[in-house]
Ligand binder design. Structure first.
Ligand code: ZN
Ligand code: ZN
Length: 247
């Protein structure tokens, strides 16, 4: 058995373990959740999701479902698809996935993201990618944490959507500092040359998957690398942390 097969088995085992660790009470309101439900009740989940359409560029809330706000129409930034804002209730539980191994909202939010992707594709507001790439952690950090939260989001999406998961093609070659606490320029410097491709991707359109997108510096760095291979990117994440003035 080669290491990739072993690795996959280990990941499957981990996902199974993780599902069993999810509490059967809502993590937010502590009401019990129906069997088969996940660690958050539908009321708390719905309350934390976007209540209006949002601009796929900057996340500003909008009155109708269109691709970009007026501002973003001019610059056509990379599309970021998320079911909720990091600042509106669910953010702390998303942070708890990676910092406290508390996976209560993982499945519910991944499903909400899945629905959002389908809705936008049906409305012709995005074209489906041909493959999914989780943002990799540096191997050292992955060993320390034991899992890559972006991979945990990407894996079920690839199964639900029938898209290949390219999780060995992109490598993080620099152990960068945590982006939190750095300003825009420092974030870009911190990530410069942080990623590399191990092999050609042979696709034209991909979705880069991460747990949270804040300033978008990380995904922009990967998108730049892929653009040099003629590949266009969109971004899928559980939540986006918009600039405060957009809230
Ligand atoms: Zn609840
Ligand atoms: Zn916008």
């Amino acid at each position: 058995m080669d290491w990739r097969t072993q690795w996959r088995q280990l990941q499957r085992y981990f996902i199974e373990l993780l599902k069993r660790s999810v509490p059967n009470r809502c993590i937010a309101c502590h009401q019990s959740v129906d069997s088969g439900g996940s660690g958050i009740c539908s009321v708390c989940l719905q309350a934390g999701l976007y209540q209006t359409p949002v601009c796929l560029g900057c996340g500003a809330s909008m009155t109708e479902l269109i691709r970009y706000c007026g501002q973003c129409q001019l610059s056509m930034p990379i599309k970021i698809i998320a079911p909720c804002s990091y600042h509106q209730g669910l953010g702390r539980w998303i942070a708890a996935i990676k910092y406290q191994r508390q996976f209560a909202v993982l499945e519910a939010l991944t499903n909400a993201l899945h629905q959002k992707i389908i809705q936008l594709a049906n409305e012709d507001l995005l074209s489906m990618p041909q493959a999914i790439i989780p943002v990799p952690l540096h191997p050292k950090r992955q060993r320390k944490r034991g899992f890559n939260q972006a991979w945990l989001v990407a894996k079920p999406l690839s199964q639900q959507l029938g898209l290949p998961l390219l999780d060995t093609h992109l490598l993080r070659v620099q152990a960068t500092k945590e982006q939190a606490g750095l300003d825009g320029k420092q974030r870009r410097q911190n990530l410069h040359g942080a990623f590399t491709l191990t092999q050609p991707l042979n696709v034209q359109r991909v979705a880069i998957v991460d747990d949270v997108v804040t300033t978008g510096t990380t995904v922009a760095e990967i998108a730049k690398l892929l653009a040099r291979q003629g590949i266009s990117s969109q971004v899928w994440c559980l939540a986006r942390a918009e600039a405060p003035e957009l809230l």
